[in-house]
Write a protein that binds this ligand. Structure first.
Ligand SMILES: Nc1ncnc2c1ncn2[C@@H]1O[C@H](COP(=O)(O)OP(=O)(O)OP(=O)(O)O)[C@@H](O)[C@H]1O
Length: 230
């Protein structure tokens, strides 16, 4: 379960305080598939970063399971992210000088022996359909393949939660659809909680619940009932 209690988050920009989230409370049950929608600049990425402990909050509490993210030190947050949370970003964020296999091995470097690291990374890449691309650099892969590498990198630590920030934003609709199907397969098979930001109303509705972010507030609705405004 992910729980946010009375969260406030602001940024200082150009000397001015911009309040992005104002008194937001929210819970996401373990194993749910949830989408986040809302207009550009409404705070979707900020919300995802807060859940992952990537940004400090001004006020409130964030819990990931039993872990109080709002109180944790950087070291403990790094461990939490490594063990429980996988990230997938719009821009893939792969290391350009490392092969697909090396990119996926990276999160495991402090965890296992080198033989295990390679085996686990190969398995993750096989799962996302890239067994034949292990030694390719990102620049030799298509956008969809690069996003599959990023998903393999997120999966390789066997996370409980995947946070995906517009993972289809840089892909054509057919390739994007395949990426969403892959995340849905991970959700259905492994029971991983998926939190997916998308601007696409049709994609948002595929999730079990949709969180709509607007004017600093959030509104969570079962996806069949949502009228998505973007
Ligand atoms: N590090 C930062 N410093 C200052 N302002 C920021 C920072 N990060 C985000 N903001 C501001 O906070 C607001 C919310 O940004 P955020 O990226 O969370 O929105 P978003 O809904 O994800 O937008 P988009 O759909 O365009 O990606 C925006 O006004 C943005 O300019």
């Amino acid at each position: 379960m992910i729980t946010l209690k009375s969260i406030r988050k602001s940024y200082i920009s150009g000397g001015e305080k911009v309040e992005v989230l104002k008194d937001v409370s929210l819970s996401i049950d373990k194993g749910k598939y949830v989408s986040i929608t809302g207009p550009s600049g409404s705070g979707k990425s900020t919300l995802l970063h807060l859940i992952g402990g990537l940004e400090p909050i001004d006020e409130g509490e964030i819990w990931v399971g039993e872990q109080p993210v709002h109180k944790m030190k950087d070291n403990d947050l790094a461990k939490l992210r490594l063990k429980k949370i996988g990230y997938v970003f719009q821009q893939f964020q792969l290391l350009s000088t490392a092969t697909a296999l090396e990119n996926v091995m990276m999160p495991l470097l402090t965890m296992f022996s080198s033989a295990e690291i390679k085996k686990n990374a190969e398995e993750a890449l096989t799962r996302v359909g890239l067994a034949h691309r292990l030694h390719h650099l990102p620049s030799r892969l298509s956008g969809g393949e690069q996003q599959r590498v990023a998903i393999a990198r997120a999966l390789v630590t066997k996370p409980e939660i995947i946070l995906a920030d517009e993972p289809t934003g840089n892909l054509d609709s057919e390739t994007g659809n395949k990426i969403i199907e892959l995340l849905e397969e991970v959700h259905a098979t492994d029971g991983v909680t998926i939190v997916l930001i998308t601007q696409d109303p049709a994609l948002a509705k595929r999730a079990q619940e949709t969180i709509h972010v607007l004017d600093g507030a959030v509104n969570k609705i079962e996806s069949e009932k949502v009228e998505v405004v973007v």
